[in-house]
Structure formats: C-alpha cells, structure tokens
Design a protein. Structure first.
Lengths: 330, 336
C-alpha cells in the first residue's frame, strides 16, 4: 500500500498567510451578521424565540420572512457586534437549546411547506459543562438528521466562520453557498494546530492544510457556489453584500424549487451519500479463515471445552500492547 | 466463503505477560485480562477492546462476515502536519492490522441477524473520515434493505482532521440513512464505549433508538480539557462519564461488559423491525419498503405497499398483516 504515500507537503509560508488572511476576514469584528443582513435581504421578518424545552438561546436566531413576496423560514447563528452584544450572543456559539430552537422552526417550515434558508457564522457549538449536561451532541445530531429529511428546499449560506458541528447542525442543504471570504472547517485552525502541531501558533499553517477557504471548499464540492463580496470584504458594504446574497438565494431556490418532493429528497440524499473520497478494491464478503491451529485441531478432536470451533476474530484483530493514542479527531 | 486475510496479522507473541491497570495500578495477567473481557479483575476498569475482541464478545461464534473490506482511505487534501497523512494511515495499519478505524459486516446475536459496525480507537483515534463514514452509511443501508437491526459500537475521538470538511460532512452522510430506517421501521442500537466524543457522538452515535454505554466510558461532545479550559468552569463530579450521561437522560443503560451480549440479545428480541405485510421478493432478496403513517418511504423512492394492519381481533392473519414475532420468525427462516 505504499502507493498511497502521495506527494503531500507542508503548506508554504505564502499559503499559510493567504489562508490566514481569509480567516481574519471571516472573523472581522465589523463583518455583517445574520441580523444585519436579514432586513436587507427580506421584506419582512418576525423573529421567534425559544426551544419550548429549556430557554431562549440568543446565539441562534430565526423566524419566518418574506423573500420577494414568498414566505420562507430563516435560521442563522448570531454573533455580536461589540463586547456587550457578543457576551449576550455567547459569540455565536450555541447551547443545545439553540439547535433545538432551530429544529422547532424547521419543523414548522416543513409543516407549512416553507423553504428553509440558513446562515452559518459560528466558531463552533459551545463546549461548556452546561451544554454537555443538556446533550450538546444529541442536539447537533438531531438537527443534522432533521435537515436531511426536510421535505422542503433547504439552502445554507456560509457568512463568516463555518465552525465544525455547530455550523453543520444548521448547514445541511440542497445547495450550500459561501461568501467569498468565509471559511468552513472541521475544527478551528487553533484547535487543529494545538493537536497536530502541538502549538496554537501554527494556526495559519493548519488553516492552509485544512483548505478551509470558500474557494477550497468549492473545489472539494462542499460548497456549490461562491458569492462575491464587495471591495475589501463584506464589512465595507453590508448593503451590497446583502444584494449579492439575495440574488444567489433566488437563483438557488429557483433551481431547487423545480424538483418535486420525491426528487428533492432523493437528490439531497445522493448529495450527502456522495461526499467523501476513497479508493475501493473489489473484495467480497469475508468470513474468518478456517485454518485451524494445532490447539484448535486437537481441541476439536477431543471435544475439549473452551476451544473454539473456528478462529476467533480477536486472533485476527487483537489488542495491541499500547492502547494510548495521542492522535484524535474533532 | 472464507477468504484469506492478506492485510491482517496473527497475534504476535506476548511481549509482556502482565499489564498494569491504570486505575488500581495492580498487575494483571494478560491471559486473565483476555478471559475477563479485558476488565480488570481487581477494580473493574474497562480496558479498550480491539474490533476482533468486540466481535467475539457480542456476536455468535463464526457468524460475522466482513463487508466492504476493500475500502481504503486516500489523501484528498494532500494533508501534511508533522508527517504526511498517508504515513499516519500506514502506521495505523501496521499497528492495528486493520485497514481503517472501522469495520462493518453482518452477523448474529443470539440467532438474530444484525448489520454491525465497530470502531478501533487505536487507528488514528477511531477518527471518522471518508472511509469510516462510508462504512457506517453502508451498514445502515444494508440494515434497511435486509430489514435487520443496525448496531454500531463506537470508540472515536470524532471527525478526522486530515480530511477536513470531507470528514465533517460524514456526520450528515452517516445520519441521513437513519431517516430511512425510521420510515421503514428498522431499529438502530448504538453502543458507546470509551471514548466516544466529537463528531461521532454529534451524529449517528447519539441517535440510537436505544443507546447503551459501558461503565465509566468517556462520552462527551468536547474534550473535558476543552470544556473546562474554554469556560473556566468547575467540572461536575464524574463529568462526561457514561454514568453522568445516564443521570442526565442521554443514554438508556450503562451495561457492564460481561452483560453486554445478553442485554443486546434481549433488546433485539424485544425491539424487532416493524412487521410488514407479505411481500418478500425472492428476486430482490428484500422486503419492499412500507409506507405506514409517514409516507416518507414513498418519497425516498421504491415501491410502497399498502398500509400495514394488524388483526386486533384474533390471530394475526396472512394477507392483512403479521405479528412482529411472526415477521421476525419468518425473517430468521429466510436466512437459514
Ligand atoms: Zn484495576
């Protein structure tokens, strides 16, 4: 399997700089947030609150809105614009109740046949003890599952940071659009750098290695199309940014809305099922090879207790000596 | 049809007859540890298990057949940190004798056929990239087509960073088939072992119709260090253990390893796939999907039978519907 050793190389300093610049723009403190853009994109919007289970989570906002006269359901992460609002919004990092509010709104959209439009802008789901106690992983998992089966068109737009599971929880769509300076990643570049480079200072290199820019995500097939930003970035002209997003949304919805429900769901399923790159060689179903060891042969002959009839899978895949692994996932 | 394993390795000679328990620090005979399902006889500490040991623990002897063993990871991003991703893969293969961090196949538990997926944490932290996601999705799809329960035994640090968002999207890829299992009335039992965290917990592993966990297993969305470090909060006693999740209503049962096979067998007997009307298609080797209540199966494609009804007055009648037990019996008969 040596052919798998590819010509991969560490990202160059230039690549790291370029990726890091995108990350900085995606995190720009003046970058327009969901609630800055919604009134500019939609004709009407009523924000609804609460998950009906525990509390209102201001890190996720949502409600029905009018897009060119047509009702839709809008859901998005909400970061703040200054320290106070960021504390109120928990920097856009949702607790389980935020995702459960999103689910509630999606179910309403499903019931009434409204297309769902989501805006992604979060560093990630909140990792605190309270979030764990209330089932953060379950909330994200359920949200993802619900989105895969919604019987209405779903369009996700990455506005700023598409941070891991907390982003994907409202990011499963028939089409995924991304602003030019947005990023999307499986883990924050700092987190990735801490684990794989053992230093958060390697974040720019990690950002380049993960290929998290909108352009890279488009190449990888995670993002369907990129929305150009005005000038030096969305923060320089929120109005023009909103206009560009609106045009992209209308085009996207026009494409998806042509599909009947059956085709819509089949297409979404095929899209998700098709994500991933791998090689596959044709190996048929494999049972354990019945090649009895001496112990097993004697044991069988004499009907000794405790001697298995067949090779045990633990002989084929045994435990190793070391069970510690510093490598991990996100 | 037994096939030789070109990539597996036989058990190496015991390099050390003893293992020190990390919990009670007692020395445990390796042979004793194996006989005791890798549970410390002194303090009950659960040592991690290989996929092979899990199969022997849970499935009927000789029943497991591995599927899709030919799936192999590639390096879609050209990922390079301290060393190239392909080198990490190769090192993990040598260390574990596995091709990837997960294996799936079919087998039986107390005579009941299941589609089962299993993780080995030693293979890059049991992390989920394209191949692991593909295996889990195919496991669920096989359960759907054959109308047999799905079982996944998780042990994973989460999504595999080296495949970037391709790994992140495996959360959705592995979760989408569960909507179809719901519509078709096929159960999924999720077994969480030490450790199950990150993206695996934030997808299919948290969505079992029944969720079992092993005692003291570390189970959580974020690493405990992250959880306290980020927030600066004091962590509650037993934070992110299986028992903590049970107390907070997030898992159904904490099951000691010695009872896991029996508990799984009982649950499979109590929660068989929903009864379907007569409609076994020998050519297709599968039951047609049913369209009870939701109609989702219909929308997901495939021929849909009439609504299923059980004769509530007397014995289940052929033609109109079947009792769940009868359906299970017939399914078993088909497989014999
Ligand atoms: Zn011990």
């Amino acid at each position: 399997m040596t052919e798998l050793v590819s010509s991969s190389q560490a990202p160059s300093a230039e690549q790291a700089d370029a990726a890091w610049q995108r990350v900085q723009r995606a995190r720009h403190p003046e970058r327009p947030r969901t609630l800055d853009l919604v009134p500019r994109i939609f004709d009407d919007f009523v924000e609804l609150h609460g998950d009906r289970l525990f509390r209102e989570d201001p890190a996720i906002v949502g409600g029905p809105a009018l897009l060119e006269g047509r009702p839709v359901m809008v859901i998005g992460h909400q970061k703040g614009n200054d320290t106070d609002s960021n504390i109120f919004r928990n920097f856009g990092s949702a607790h389980p109740e935020g995702f459960r509010k999103a689910q509630r709104l999606m179910r309403l959209a499903d019931k009434l046949g409204l297309p769902v439009i989501t805006f992604l802008d979060t560093a990630g789901a909140f990792p605190g003890p309270a979030a764990e106690e209330r089932g953060q992983a379950e909330a994200i998992a359920s949200s993802i599952k619900l989105m895969t089966g919604l019987q209405v068109p779903v369009v996700a737009v990455v506005l700023g940071e598409g941070g891991s599971g907390g982003a994907l929880a409202i990011g499963v769509g028939d089409e995924v659009l991304a602003l030019e300076n947005s990023v999307y990643s499986v883990i924050s570049p700092e987190g990735c750098a801490s684990i794989l480079w053992r230093s958060p200072e390697a974040a720019p290199i990690a950002a380049a290695a993960m290929r998290m820019t909108a352009e890279d995500q488009h190449e990888l097939g995670i993002v369907d199309s990129i929305i150009d930003e005005p000038g030096e970035g969305a923060h320089t002209d929120p109005g023009a940014t909103a206009t560009a997003i609106k045009a992209a949304l209308l085009a996207s919805l026009a494409r998806i809305s042509r599909l009947d429900t059956e085709t819509l769901l089949a297409t979404r399923y095929a899209r998700l099922r098709g994500i991933g790159v791998y090689r596959e060689s044709d190996v048929g179903p494999r049972a354990a090879l019945d090649e009895p060891s001496l112990r097993r042969r004697i044991g069988r002959l004499l009907h000794l207790p405790g001697v298995p009839r067949r090779p045990r899978w633990s002989e084929i895949w045994p435990s190793g000596d070391d069970n510690n692994d510093s490598e991990r996932g996100a | 049809m037994p096939i030789k394993f070109p990539f597996s390795r036989r058990r190496p000679g015991p390099t050390d007859a003893w293992t020190k328990c990390p919990d009670c620090e007692q020395q445990v005979f390796n042979r004793q540890l194996e006989r005791n399902h890798r549970v410390c006889p002194h303090c009950g500490h659960n040592f991690r298990m290989s996929i092979g040991e899990r199969i022997d623990l849970l499935l009927d002897e000789g029943s497991f057949v591995e599927r899709d063993a030919g799936l192999e990871s590639v390096d879609p991003l050209g990922f390079f940190d301290q060393k190239p991703y392909p080198d990490r893969l190769e090192a993990a293969r040598v260390k574990t004798g596995l091709r990837e961090a997960a294996v799936w196949g079919t087998g039986s538990v107390s005579g009941r056929r299941v589609a089962i997926g299993l993780f080995d944490f030693r293979f890059m932290g049991g992390s989920m990239g394209s191949v692991v996601g593909e295996k889990i999705a195919r496991c669920f799809e096989a359960a759907l087509v054959e109308r047999i329960p799905a079982v996944i035994v998780s042990a994973s640090g989460g999504a595999r960073m080296q495949e970037g968002t391709l790994s992140l999207l495996q959360l959705a890829k592995t979760t989408a088939p569960l909507v179809r299992l719901d519509a078709a009335g096929v159960p999924f039992i999720s077994i969480l072992t030490d450790p199950t965290t990150g993206g695996v917990l934030a997808s299919f592993a948290s969505l079992g119709d029944v969720i079992l966990a092993e005692p003291k297993a570390l189970i959580g969305f974020a690493g405990a260090r992250v959880a306290s470090g980020t927030v600066g909060e004091e962590l509650p006693e037993g934070f992110q253990t299986a028992e903590f999740l049970l107390e907070h209503g997030l898992v159904d049962l904490v099951v000691p390893r010695a009872e896991l096979r029996v508990t799984l067998g009982r649950l499979l007997a109590l929660l068989p796939p929903a009864a379907v009307e007569e409609g076994w298609d020998d050519d297709e080797r599968r039951w047609g999907p049913i369209g009870v209540l939701s109609g989702i199966a219909e929308k997901l494609g495939g021929a849909v039978s009439e609504t299923v009804g059980l004769d509530v007055e007397g014995e289940p009648t052929a033609g109109n519907g079947r009792s769940p037990e009868r359906a299970a019996e017939q399914t078993l008969e088909r497989e014999r």
